[in-house]
Design a protein around this ligand. Sequence first.
Ligand SMILES: [Zn+2]
Length: 424
Amino acid sequence: MKINYRKYFISLIYLFVLGFSSNAQTKYYVTAPRLFDGEVMHKDWALIIENNKIKTVGPIQQLSVPEGAVKLNYPNATIMPGLIEGHSHLMLYPYNITDWDTQVLKEADAYRTVRATVHAKNTLLAGFTTARDLGTEGAGYADVALKRAINEGVVVGPRLMVAGRAIVSTGSYGPKGYDTDQEIMLGAEPADGNNLIKVVRDQIGKGADFIKIYADYRWGINGEDRPSFTLDELKLINEVTRSSGRVMVCHAKSKEAIRRAVMAGAETIEHGDFIDVELGQLMKAHNVTYMPTIAAVDVISQYRGWKKGITDPPNNVLNKRKSFKEAIASGVSIGLGGDVGVFPHGENALEMELMVEYGLPIMDALKAATSVNARAFHLEDSLGNLKPGFIADVIVVEGDPSKNISDIRKVKFVMKEGVVYLSK
Ligand SMILES: [Zn+2]
């Protein structure tokens, strides 16, 4: 039997981390030929970490090694801030394994949560030290519990910001197509009109860090994406959400839903499949960040039979390519959010690869996963950059992801808040 040394080593690290992290007084001195600080790629810079904070960052020749520091040198690698996933569903796993209806309707929340602990670990070990989770899709507030378990060190995963159940308008969302005599449990919580006030407050009370709204869904007469909530309803949701110090974010694919969501005060637009230059400019003017979820469209098309690189791309892929180019041209801030869960957790980098494939400059893809997402989620004073005083979320990847974006997958080192979770 071949021993998997990597797994063995990782388990040893877990033992160390889970057993001793709270008392760790550790200094690290990390060097590599490249350091991406969240904005700029530097040559021959070093990073000094003390306990759970970044102490110093700068050219190697200007920094001296602190006494007692653990020295880590990576001769052909890039030091980066911990990556930030903008759109995950840790309670879901790929639909080509188990379709969405089955996961939502037939799988117990407890089962889904157990799976989610593994998803969370895979996310962290892929270098994503922070993730925003956009709804449990029928698993109640299991995300709130998962976040707590991660924060308490019970399980390993990224620092989470969670949506809880998310909100849909009556009649719009799935699972659909069942005997209407039965009340089918939905993938999110339905609410309308004045009842939205109560549901928003209830979700906040149960642990939602932000309110996720489905501003449209494919419930048009021919199954096309059509707005679900009126502009006034979205404004009401936003007002109630904001007064708690939280923000509203919107799933919106159609032009009209994007427009309404922006005018009502949404902070991020998810998917935006029909975004154009004009809507991108509107979003930019309102300081809204775009989460393109290219990977979701790309892989769902493949699950439906598209042989990428062999058969012609289906219309939704062609449309996504076109609209993403318009989003780039509009100058709207583009974050990283792949809708991971539709594809495997830990493969989050797929979205970055596709962003580049679809025309985003490679440095902008690196910024999307770090400084842009940090700004979008109001974390820019502590995460998404390698700056003195910031939280020590640091990764090292082999190679140079500013030349080959797929190098982002070659993760050699992961530190979250000063604690090492992977080192090889
Ligand atoms: Zn999603």
